[in-house]
Design a protein around this ligand. Structure first.
Ligand code: PGA
Length: 253
């Protein structure tokens, strides 16, 4: 079975105390997690070590960074490298979120470099892709997302692509309350899997976890995650509310 993931993306929200209390609330609720059903908390850099310590001894729950830089090391004031994350034993990193693409000009080529550094240092990337509203309205979302994936990921070997994690997040659905319908999510995520299958074969494509992100909440998670090519979600706003995110975790199929 393909790994199903409920990933919380806190973005630039919560103080450390608020974040710890939120994690405590979630962990003290009954969670249906196992080897194939994981929860991941993508938290701000300064909280990584503390939240990782808080998760110590909990199985199938991980902490993630929200980004890392595209260079190995050096004079890049304010940036955080993949090697630094590895040195504090972080396992997951969100890459190429649309907010980073938009506000920090992250290109497909730059993301290809970040993905490579993640592999070099043994970090699992959660690679984000997704189209803006104009592209959806023009009906060219499939080719747009295909290009993002090809330009950032298609230099990877089949071994690297096996078990890779992609998050499809239509920008028009992020933080807007406008969720893609489960049929829209399924359609494009099936397309993403078919693009991977065309390059790497069905066996590899079948192992890739593809998350949906964009206004996932407790009330719609089960319906969206129930689609055959949706393997969980990357969740912003609703991940900041314990009861919401707990239900979202427990909605994984
Ligand atoms: P949202 O954000 O759930 O608040 O729409 C999702 C994301 O940006 O990852």
């Amino acid at each position: 079975m393909r790994t199903q993931i409920a990933a919380a993306n806190w973005k630039m929200n919560l103080t450390l105390e608020q974040g710890k209390a939120l994690v405590d609330d979630i962990l003290s609720s009954p969670l249906t997690l196992d080897h194939h059903h994981l929860a991941v908390f993508a938290v701000p850099f300064p909280y990584l070590i503390t939240i990782k310590e808080q998760l110590a001894g909990k199985e199938n729950v991980f902490v993630a960074a929200q980004n890392c830089y595209s260079k190995k090391s050096g004079a890049y004031t304010g940036e955080v490298s993949a090697e630094m994350l590895r040195s504090i034993e972080i396992e997951y990193v969100v890459l190429g979120h649309s907010e980073r693409r938009e506000y920090f000009n992250e290109s497909n080529a730059m993301l290809a470099e970040k993905v490579d550094l993640c592999f070099e240092y043994g970090l699992k990337a959660i690679f984000c892709c997704g189209e803006a509203l104009e592209i959806r309205e023009a009906g060219t979302q499939n080719s747009f997302v295909e290009e993002q994936i090809k330009e950032s990921l298609f230099h990877l070997t089949p071994e690297q692509m096996t078990n890779f994690i992609i998050a499809y997040e239509p920008i028009w659905a992020i933080g807007t309350g406008k969720t893609a319908t489960s049929a829209q999510a399924q359609e494009i995520q099936q397309h993403i899997r078919s693009v991977i299958a065309a390059k790497y074969g069905d066996t590899v494509a079948h192992t890739v976890t593809i998350l949906y992100g964009g206004s996932v909440k407790a009330s719609n998670a089960k319906e969206i995650f129930g689609q055959p090519d949706v393997d969980g979600g990357l969740v912003g706003g609703a991940s900041l509310v314990a009861a919401e995110f707990t239900t979202i975790i427990n909605s994984l199929k």
